[in-house]
Design a protein around this ligand. Sequence first.
Ligand SMILES: NC(=O)C1=CN([C@@H]2O[C@H](COP(=O)(O)OP(=O)(O)OC[C@H]3O[C@@H](n4cnc5c(N)ncnc54)[C@H](O)[C@@H]3O)[C@@H](O)[C@H]2O)C=CC1
Ligand SMILES: O=C(O)C(=O)COP(=O)(O)O
Length: 398
Amino acid sequence: MSETQTRRIKTYNQISDKGLSRFNSTHYQVDPALDDAEAILLRSYKLQVSDLTASVRAIARAGAGVNNVPLPACTDQGIVVFNTPGANANAVKELVLSGMLLASRGILPGMRYVSELSDMTDNAEMSKLLEAEKKRFAGSELAGKTLGVIGLGAIGSLVAGMAIDMGMTVLGYDPALSVDAAWRLPNQVQKIENVSALLGNADYVSLHLPVLDSTRHLISTDLVAAMKPGLCLLNFSRDEIVDTDAVVAGLDAGQLRMYVSDFPRHELIGREDVILMPHIGASTAEAEENCAIMAAEQLKDFLENGNIRNSVNYPSLFLDRVAGAGTGTRLAISNKNVPGMLGKILSILAQQDINVIDMINKSRDQIAYTLIDLASTPSEAAIAAIADTDDVIKVTVL
Ligand SMILES: NC(=O)C1=CN([C@@H]2O[C@H](COP(=O)(O)OP(=O)(O)OC[C@H]3O[C@@H](n4cnc5c(N)ncnc54)[C@H](O)[C@@H]3O)[C@@H](O)[C@H]2O)C=CC1
Ligand SMILES: O=C(O)C(=O)COP(=O)(O)O
């Protein structure tokens, strides 16, 4: 980066200072009020297509779920979208454990009952009353029960491990499990190929999958009917994974004993058999720091070097900077993934007598991305010729 160049990052949501401090104020302007930002750093803010101004090259989601980012429009416009896999997984795992405990013991009604006794001043009398009444708040233990985990990625695998440590039997369902995630999974997890079979054999089921067209309303009326009677469902994934009407009907019919969710809906508020939290799965100091640091590091490496780690719409790609090479000698090019593009780009550079020192090219679905290190800074005419080539989406000089 040249001494005079300042990169502009627009933030939405509260992002931990531990991450924001990675952006040196000499070279970066980080501000929620920018309207010509090169990059956006956000958490759950629902980004609109109209927020994707022409200057935006990258979006970093400090968190896991990217359903708040308009991904197809980003890809069409050559905007690289990052997330921070695993950075908040432990925070969610711990809240799932608290959800399971709250759902299995009379903790919340018991606390409510005690708080209503504030007028009782005689402690001996209060103890006598509590000993007589506590049977109303008895529960059951997690040990010996069966937990089904739907989605065995960063969070699901930690939840599975935690449940095994608690003495539970764990069933897992994940038709899209990556090889890395499979390696991370505790070997006691019993892989189930059919979601109905998992629901029919579990006492607790925890959802840890992303919202996709294929997962929206996954928990449907049919699947509620397939549940083992008295099941407790935990949703720390997203509201849309569950058909709320089906859950309400399942609770009313007693098929579902309890629904614990990080995503309140008005139909669920006020029910004794529902425990709702205000989307606080990732709201710990540690998770907020982890996510912000990871998002900031990934964004910096992309803005300064064009490298891509943990993108959800672009390939992963890294090219070392040639020692001694100055700024302005690296090109980052996004184009549609069609044949002949590299040849066209390299021939423009050859015509301008610019020597290529190193390069890397990768594709993902309909997008291809190339980093090219050059022996000299290309002329504006050369950049314009590449940018004007059919199917080139974005060219940046780094
Ligand atoms: N409550 C909160 O504050 C938080 C919620 N989340 C939610 O949890 C989700 C999962 O997060 P991570 O575990 O970090 O993501 P991840 O990407 O590591 O794991 C997701 C897993 O779901 C699996 N999956 C995809 N389609 C599936 C299907 N149809 N059935 C079963 N499994 C399927 C994938 O193969 C993958 O293994 C996020 O997408 C987000 O929506 C994540 C972090 C915090
Ligand atoms: O990482 C996720 O997917 C989350 O849901 C966490 O959201 P947050 O960053 O706490 O607004």
